[in-house]
Design a binder for this molecule. Structure first.
Ligand code: AMP
Length: 592
């Protein structure tokens, strides 16, 4: 197939903004494309060489494209640069300068799609020393054989800026029209795309083997499945109504979506957008190797940073720092993440996306041996609004964004790539802020691990209930300590260490060490939340709920204060109410 034919369609696509016109142009293009080239034509139309999950791009910067133009035309550097300054687009420069050199290209071979594609593939795969020069030479070779128009589009492809305005969904529509046009065909094509993330594969399979061949395309290890997404509703009643009165209510972890492919001990990780992020999470890779009891599996989950000392979740921003190219090992150690798995899509050759959610859950639980680094997402199966609401508050206090309520009906299959009513998120409609610090009493501690081995990992902190003259827990404090602070903790608490909970301490959490309540610390947190775990203000706001400080950090120790000078339970309850009031003034709907 002549590259010229493809370029003629590119020109037409570029000239229209109408989706319907685009579909017509694409249908025409497909009718002129030999079936075995369909994948390549589709990738090139999207300005790519491979499906994006492969992660290989030509990536020739504008400056390098210009150097190839110099090589191909013999026009001096300076002149090429002047043109670039005037036109601002290396594609236009290539087009203009090649037309002034038309004679030189007269005897060349016309470019074919095959030739272009093979050359671009080579350019994608070159690496190491001298790679850049080789890429430029290969590209200059293509330019030598191209017409000015071809040169324009080629330059845009190699610099990653083809931008014809063609979306993947438009290509799927065009494929459906080109091969028969029914709604069912469109759905089959889209599903095949959503379970493979490879639009070229779908196009070629359809062209070569028809719709039956597309129906036969299977999930495969190494090819990411587009993730299922959630709708949103702000009231639990509406959610339960949509889900037929009963659902799986699951923690909505605030981290990074990860799809893990495991085959014979090898692991590949994909992001929500199907990028290969395996190298950025060596700790997750290692952990998965040990905890999955299956030869092949595809798992869906969320990676969340976890405080190694308290085991509590950390804010999302912390995990974002793990998406990096350098210092990967160091960051893996400093910011450990835990992968919370909630779904299984494939197991030892079987496509599980067509099974209902409860069945997938059972299979997931049967193949995962939980560790610190890989856990199962927390959930309850319930139709009781009060129970779900309590679970919601527990999840918020533990550092999540809320819940995702998921259908457990027989048709609750995994809808790859779809945002639908099978999954409904229930997040808080507000995010409040704690502006003031509080003074809390250390009543217990947890043993440190890793870098904190030998000292305490976190302190159990309490507010003072002056009516009952006792101390009620309100958070685990593990952040904000300097190394110096940490080192001196055991010494500092030694005089107050006792081997049981102090009679004036009210706690439903079991600490590793207990103290006489003496030492006071000033603490700041993100906000005050309802909590079934802590005893501060228990049932003052909600049945079976106390209050907790979310994401607490140490400001300093307050040697000047005695335990009875600490912030009181009444004050914490008041702070919580004030928080709510500020929220009500700014947002009418709140869920607490
Ligand atoms: P959103 O990004 O607000 O549309 O929420 C959907 C995202 O929540 C998903 O893409 C996941 O990254 C994340 N998530 C966290 N926990 C879960 C869970 N239990 N089930 C599904 N998605 C979850």
């Amino acid at each position: 197939m002549l590259f010229k034919a493809l370029v003629e369609h590119f020109e037409k696509l570029e000239a229209t903004t109408s989706r319907l016109a685009m579909i017509d142009i694409l249908v025409h293009l497909f009718s002129e494309t030999p079936p075995n080239l369909m994948d390549k034509v589709v990738y090139l139309t999207l300005g790519e060489v491979y499906p994006s999950y492969v992660g290989l791009e030509v990536g020739l910067a504008d400056k390098l494209v210009l150097r190839a133009v110099v090589l191909a035309t013999g026009i001096p550097d300076l002149k090429v640069e002047q043109e670039y300054k005037a036109l601002g687009d290396s594609g236009l420069v290539a087009e203009k300068l090649l037309s002034t050199k038309r004679k030189a290209t007269l005897f060349s071979q016309p470019l074919t799609v095959e030739k272009v594609y093979i050359t671009l593939e080579k350019m994608c795969r070159i690496s190491g020393e001298g790679a850049q020069d080789t890429k430029i030479k290969l590209f200059a070779g293509l330019l030598t054989d191209s017409t000015p128009k071809e040169a324009k589009y080629l330059s845009r492809i190699v610099s990653g800026r083809l931008r014809l305005g063609v979306a993947e969904m438009t290509i799927l529509d065009a494929l459906a029209v080109a091969y028969g046009g029914s709604r069912e065909l469109r759905d089959t094509i889209e599903r095949a795309y959503n379970i493979t993330s490879d639009i070229g594969l779908i196009a070629k399979t359809l062209a070569e083997g028809g719709i039956d061949a597309v129906k036969n395309i299977k999930i495969a290890i190494g090819r990411p499945i587009k993730p299922q997404l959630a709708e949103r509703l702000s009231s639990l009643d509406e959610i339960l109504e949509k889900l037929n009165g009963r659902c799986i209510a699951e923690y909505k972890y605030d981290g990074l979506r990860i799809q893990a492919h495991i085959a014979d001990g090898a692991v590949i990780l994909f992001s929500r957008r199907q990028e290969n992020i395996t190298e950025q999470f060596p700790d997750i890779v290692e952990a998965l190797k040990k905890c999955v009891v299956a030869n092949e599996a595809i798992l869906d989950g969320e990676a969340v940073p976890v405080d190694p000392n308290t085991g509590e979740l950390l804010p999302f921003q912390v995990v974002a720092q793990r998406r990096r190219k350098y210092d990967i090992e160091r960051y893996a150690e400093e910011i450990p993440v835990t992968l919370f798995l909630f779904d299984i899509l494939y197991l030892d050759g079987e496509d599980l996306t067509v099974k209902p959610y409860l069945e997938r859950k059972k299979l997931l639980e049967s193949v995962i041996k939980e560790t610190d680094r890989v856990k199962l997402a927390q959930y309850i199966v319930s139709g009781n609004p009060e129970e779900i609401e309590r679970f919601f508050h527990k999840s918020i206090e533990e550092g999540t964004e809320g819940l995702i309520c998921k259908s457990i009906l027989p048709n609750s299959i995994y809808e790859a790539g779809k945002r639908g009513w099978q999954w409904i998120k229930w997040k808080r409609s507000y995010r409040s802020e704690m502006t003031d610090t509080v003074d809390l009493v250390a009543v217990g501690a947890f043993a440190g691990r890793g870098k904190r081995a030998g000292t305490y990992g976190a302190l159990l902190m309490a507010a003072y209930n002056s009516d009952k003259d006792r101390f009620e827990t309100v958070c685990k404090l593990g952040s904000g300590f300097t190394d110096e602070d940490l080192a001196k903790l055991p010494e500092m608490f030694k005089p107050y260490l006792i081997n049981h909970k102090h009679p004036r301490v009210e706690s439903s959490i079991e600490a590793d060490y207990w103290f006489v309540p003496v030492i006071v610390a000033e603490v700041i947190g993100d906000e005050i939340t309802l909590s079934p775990m802590h005893t501060c203000g228990f049932e003052a706001i909600r049945p079976k709920s106390g209050l907790a400080i979310r994401f607490p950090r140490l400001v300093r120790f307050r040697e000047d204060k005695s335990a009875e000078d600490a912030t009181t339970t009444t004050e914490i309850i008041e702070m919580y109410r004030m928080q709510l009031k500020t929220i009500e003034e700014t947002t009418p709907t709140d869920t607490a």
